[in-house]
Design a protein around this ligand. Structure first.
Ligand SMILES: [Zn+2]
Length: 136
C-alpha cells in the first residue's frame, strides 16, 4: 500500500467510523461490508453475540475493529489486532448479550431461517438512530 493510499484510507476511515453520518446509499454499502466481515470473524471462531446488529456499542466496536483490520500491515500489528478482537468480545458488557433474553422486535429463528437478514436489521436500526440524532 502506498503512502497515498494509506492517507486516503485514513480519511475514509474517519468518515466510516461514524456510521450515523453516512447517506442512505453509503450506509447500505458500509453495512453490507460490516455484516460480511463479521461473518468472516465468526468463521474464525470468534463468538460474536447473535443480536449484535441491534446493540449500538457492539456495532460501533465491530466497525472500529473492521477498520483497524484494514490498516494492519505487519505480523506485530496483526497480533495486536487479534488481541483487541478477543478482548473486546470477552468484555462483560458484550458477554452479557450472549445470555440476555431481550425482545429485539424480531426472533433469532427468523434470522436463522434467513427470513430477516442481519444487514436489513442493521440498516433499520441505524436509520432509526439517525432520525433520533437529527431530531435533537
Ligand atoms: Zn440483544
Amino acid at each position: 500500500m502506498s503512502a497515498n493510499d494509506r492517507g486516503a484510507m485514513e480519511g475514509e476511515t474517519a468518515d466510516r467510523l461514524n456510521l450515523l453520518g453516512l447517506s442512505p446509499t453509503e450506509l447500505q454499502a458500509e453495512v453490507g461490508r460490516l455484516v460480511g466481515w463479521v461473518r468472516w470473524l465468526q468463521r474464525q471462531d470468534v463468538d460474536v453475540p447473535t443480536c449484535w446488529v441491534v446493540h449500538g456499542f457492539v456495532v460501533r466496536l465491530l466497525q472500529a475493529l473492521r477498520l483497524y483490520h484494514l490498516s494492519v500491515a505487519s505480523p506485530f500489528e496483526a497480533i495486536a489486532w487479534w488481541r483487541s478482537v478477543l478482548e473486546c468480545m470477552a468484555r462483560p458488557e458484550v458477554d452479557r448479550l450472549r445470555r440476555h433474553d431481550a425482545d429485539h422486535g424480531w426472533t433469532d429463528l427468523e434470522l436463522d431461517r434467513g427470513q430477516v437478514s442481519e444487514a436489513d436489521v442493521l440498516v433499520k436500526f441505524l436509520t432509526a438512530q439517525q432520525a433520533v440524532e437529527e431530531s435533537r
